[in-house]
Design a binder for this molecule. Structure first.
Ligand code: GLA
Length: 924
């Protein structure tokens, strides 16, 4: 809701208030952003929050002769220019035709509308019910208009803003900086939480004090980048996951960006984000408009989890669009880490057959299917199927895959070209490169110049041809290099519009080419959006997954077109847990592609259990990326079971409300321990990852506890679920599993009747026959008890004994828990429909719960007691004498160190993964 009175503006969401007013000098002064507050109807109480000043501060500049006490450097401003005494980071920097750089925008008018409008060049958030406020400013001396457009998403507690700059004069204006977000707060006592990283190490959160000086997080890769994600947070130092004040900010943009915090000399802070000014300079011609990307803001007074919920529901409702909005994402198998470039149709089909047997729903053929693409040095740009690998073409393969019961998808990288390609030979001038210089390449490829119309048309045509050449249900859209030598020789950048008696013409102006180079990186992004817009409109059924060497372009701009993004090329679950947790602060889980891959992992060589790999990947859009033909029957059985679990809880994983446990990124500000090691940190900070995803109203939830390293003699652990209803009775249980005796090494000899040598064939044989039962966690309790007291899990293995009631969690162990509303379970057992998620707000629910409590309604009456879950495989194991002798003999014959692979009983596959040449360094 937006309230306007006497040049005062109040923007309210369900739980937050944002307000500003126009001063008598015509400047928009920011007054408050935070927890929702109530104003008097005539807004006269703005007096309370208005900054008071009678005299100028120290040696500050006085704004003008009539406002001797107004020091722009110490005001909270909605937009700021330069040259009028504000020494902080400006919102906008312009150079006018006469060389003047002073910029001073003054209030002109405002409009209020219902529903967002589409922008001409950039994607943005959308909502028919949203309140949209446009505040229009004009430069005091030059004919330039700046519109700041605020959109209020009440339910999600999100406010967005963007800027349109319009040249209403007759001379061009050079735009050196135009940002999107500016939030000036009256004190700087905050920590900033930013996300930096690199390839395979995306979204690493770090925090830094913002109290003094300036902090800049920025990307200059041409993409939003893995170096610095545009999402960031600003929080009071005591804030943790569930308590405290915090702000979250994001940018709907996929190119170079920067996030700035600037504490001034008087203890105030300015928070900004927008297009990175490095290398940016835009010549705004008379009559033209420059659209700056939309910035997203949210506030929570109850910790980072609540802030993330605002962001998640906003992304789901107001960013992701089209058919895939709220639609279940299929479980996929991707061929990349299973085969790299080395495949043919037979190999793919064999893989697909395995996938289909396991319950996988979509088969994705990754890189290597076109031109002569046997490695990463050639053929990008030549989107013609390689008939040697796929004699029946894409449709031949797709039909066969479909017959196996799977849908079919493929990989493309349309924005790139290898010099070694037909496309480059034909159009060497189509890439971003300066013909006078040696070009610095990345992954042996160049970036196509998307600022050129003919290049955009080529990509749209070629991709349209590929996407309609077979039954294609999914496309992985990759982008594998960062920008260098940014230079466009294009007509677009250097064109001028000439109007003469024969009409309007676009004429290349060689001289102008040099002046427009500062626009190229931005025009590239605009070109990309045009292409993505055209193709997603043309192929609405296709599920597009964005990718840029993993997470080098994970942002809201991409999510406006593609509903999910491959989060990282790193599929190691221990790294992935940190990466996915990083994304989870700003993006909902279903936007992250997450795959189960081989062990040892191809990026880290770390060995982890299948169940850990699954447990982490399940908290995302699940896929598999490994050669299933090399998996044993036992492993395939486990995969089938896990896929069934994911399908059962898919709705929660992909559309639920996600909570991080623990204390969050600011944990190390709180003195919790003198210990120097994460292992001995009693809070588990840094060593334990604890997640819960619940249905929006808490009827069901799934939890994860992931341990990085074993801490000796830490017997007891508690798991604290979140997002449940306090007064609902739940059944809490763990994912049934068994332990492999090989994990106990020669400790098995303490219970075996004969000696079993560690790593021997006898041990393998024994392991096939005997599974050790794992601990069962099975409880019934109210949500309030589960959430506040936590669930005391079974005792950890600590070297003093083992039975089926001991948790055995070695290094890198991840386990899942399930929490279900008892009433729903009972209903289901009786064959009745489960209660649908209530169509009421959380506040209404809370009221109902309170009412129910008053009437002392107990759900227990209807609940039958649960029988304790049976412990599996408790029977004694037996090995016949012959088996034992046979194995011992084999052991003697073989090398004692034998570590032969398990044979898959049903599988006749003898194919081995042998990709060392290809995987060497080029798998990004
Ligand atoms: C990038 C992607 C990978 C894979 C390869 C193929 O590295 O991130 O997932 O698709 O390209 O070349």
């Amino acid at each position: 809701m937006i309230q306007i009175k006497d040049n005062k503006f109040v923007l309210n969401t369900k739980n937050t208030t944002y307000c500003f007013e126009i001063s008598d000098t015509g400047h928009a002064m920011h007054r408050y952003y935070g927890k929702r507050v109530r104003f008097l109807p005539n807004l006269s109480d703005f007096d309370v929050i208005r900054q008071k000043r009678e005299f100028i501060t120290g040696n500050s500049i006085a704004y003008d002769k009539d406002h001797q006490a107004l020091a722009m450097e110490d005001e909270c401003l909605e937009i700021s220019g330069s040259g009028k005494g504000d020494l902080r980071s400006p919102f906008i920097s312009l150079v006018f035709a006469d060389g003047s750089r002073t910029v001073d925008f003054i209030y002109d008018s405002c409009t209020l509308e219902k529903g967002t409008a589409e922008r001409k060049t950039l994607p943005g958030s959308y909502g028919e019910e949203a309140d949209v406020l446009t505040v229009s400013f004009v430069e005091k001396y030059y004919k330039v208009r700046l519109n700041i457009v605020y959109t209020v998403y009440e339910e999600e507690n999100v406010i967005t803003r963007y800027a349109d700059l319009i040249n209403e004069g007759s001379d061009p204006v050079r735009v050196e900086r135009i940002l999107s977000l500016q939030l000036d707060l009256p004190d700087s006592g905050y920590e900033g939480i930013f996300f930096d990283g690199a390839w395979a190490r995306e979204m690493h959160s770090y925090h830094t004090s913002l109290a003094h000086g300036m902090h800049v997080s920025r990307s200059y890769t041409g993409t939003s980048s893995n170096r610095a994600n545009p999402f960031f947070m600003v929080a009071r130092p005591q804030t943790n996951e569930d308590r405290g004040e915090c702000f979250g900010f994001n940018l709907i943009y996929s190119g170079n960006h920067m996030e700035i915090t600037d504490a001034n000399a008087y203890g105030k802070i300015r928070i900004q984000s927008g297009i990175n000014e490095e290398g940016f300079a835009y010549i705004l011609k008379p009559g033209d408009t420059f659209e700056a990307p939309e910035a997203v803001m949210s506030f929570s007074d109850s910790g980072l989890n609540a802030l993330s919920h605002n962001m998640h529901f906003f992304v789901r409702e107001h960013i992701v669009r089209g058919e895939w909005k709220y639609k279940d994402r299929p479980i996929l198998l991707n061929s990349w880490e299973a085969a790299y470039f080395k495949f043919d149709e037979a190999k793919l089909l064999k893989l697909a057959k395995r996938a289909s047997d396991a319950g996988i729903e979509l088969f994705v053929m990754d890189d290597g299917w076109f031109g002569e693409r046997d490695d990463d040095t050639k053929s990008l740009g030549d989107w013609v199927v390689n008939k040697k690998k796929l004699p029946g073409g894409l449709s031949g393969l797709a039909d066969k895959i479909n017959k196996l019961g799977l849908s079919f998808g493929l990989w493309v990288e349309p924005e790139m070209v290898n010099v070694n390609s037909d496309l480059y030979e034909e159009h060497p001038d189509w890439c971003l490169a300066n013909p006078k210089r040696d070009h610095s390449e990345g992954r042996n490829q160049r970036v196509l110049d998307l600022s050129r119309k003919e290049v955009r048309e080529y990509i749209i045509d070629t991709m349209s041809r590929v996407f309609s050449s077979a039954n294609i249900a999914y496309v992985k859209w990759d982008m594998n290099r960062i920008f260098s030598d940014v230079y466009s020789g294009s007509a677009r950048a250097g064109s001028v519009i000439v109007v003469d008696e024969t009409g309007t013409h676009e004429v290349v102006n060689e001289e102008a080419i040099s002046q427009h180079q500062g626009e190229v990186a931005h025009r590239y992004v605009l070109g990309l959006y045009e292409i993505m817009g055209a193709l997603t409109e043309k192929f609405p059924h296709i599920l597009f997954e964005g990718c840029a060497s993993g997470g080098n372009r994970f942002d809201l701009g991409i999510l406006c077109y593609f509903p999910q993004i491959w989060a990282s090329d790193n599929t190691d679950p221990i790294c992935r847990a940190e990466i996915q947790q990083g994304y989870s602060y700003g993006y909902p889980l279903e936007t992250m592609g997450a795959h189960v891959s081989a062990s040892p992992n191809h990026q880290t060589l770390r060995r982890t259990q299948l169940r850990t790999r699954f447990a982490v990947a399940a908290f995302g859009s699940l896929g598999y990326e490994c050669n299933l033909n090399d998996f044993t029957k036992e492993q395939m059985d486990e995969i089938k079971d896990e896929i069934a679990v994911y399908k059962k809880y898919r709705e929660i994983f992909q559309h639920g409300k996600f909570f991080r446990g623990g204390m969050g990124p600011l944990a190390d500000l709180v003195p919790i321990s003198d210990a120097t090691s994460v292992l001995f940190n009693p809070t588990g900070v840094g060593n334990i990852t604890e997640w819960t995803i619940a249905t929006r109203y808490g009827t069901k939830a799934v939890g994860l506890m992931l341990k990085k390293l074993v801490a000796p003699n830490t017997q007891n652990m508690r798991y604290f679920p979140k997002g449940l209803e306090e007064n609902t009775e739940y059944h809490f249980f763990n994912h049934e599993l068994t332990y492999d005796i090989r994990d106990f090494g020669d400790l098995v000899n303490t219970v075996t009747p004969i000696h079993v040598k560690q790593d021997s064939l006898l041990m393998d044989l024994l392991a096939k026959k005997v599974k050790l039962p794992a601990e069962t966690e099975d409880y019934t309790a109210y949500g309030s008890l589960l959430m506040s007291a936590g669930v005391a899990l079974k005792q950890n293995f600590s070297g003093t004994g083992y039975n089926e009631n001991v948790r055995y969690d070695q290094d890198f162990s991840g386990k899942l828990f399930f929490i279900e509303d008892v009433d729903e379970e009972v209903l289901k057992e009786k064959g009745a429909e489960a209660t649908p998620e209530p169509e009421v707000t959380e506040a209404e629910l809370a009221e109902l719960a309170a009412e129910a409590e008053g009437e002392n309604v107990s759900s227990q009456e209807t609940v039958e007691e649960e029988a304790p879950a049976a412990v599996e495989n408790t029977e004694e194991y037996e090995i016949t004498d012959e088996e034992s002798e046979e194995a011992e003999e084999e052991d003697d014959n073989e090398d004692d160190e034998s570590d032969e692979e398990y044979e898959d009983d049903e599988d006749d596959s003898d194919e081995e993964y042998e990709e060392s040449e290809e995987t060497d360094g080029d798998n990004n």
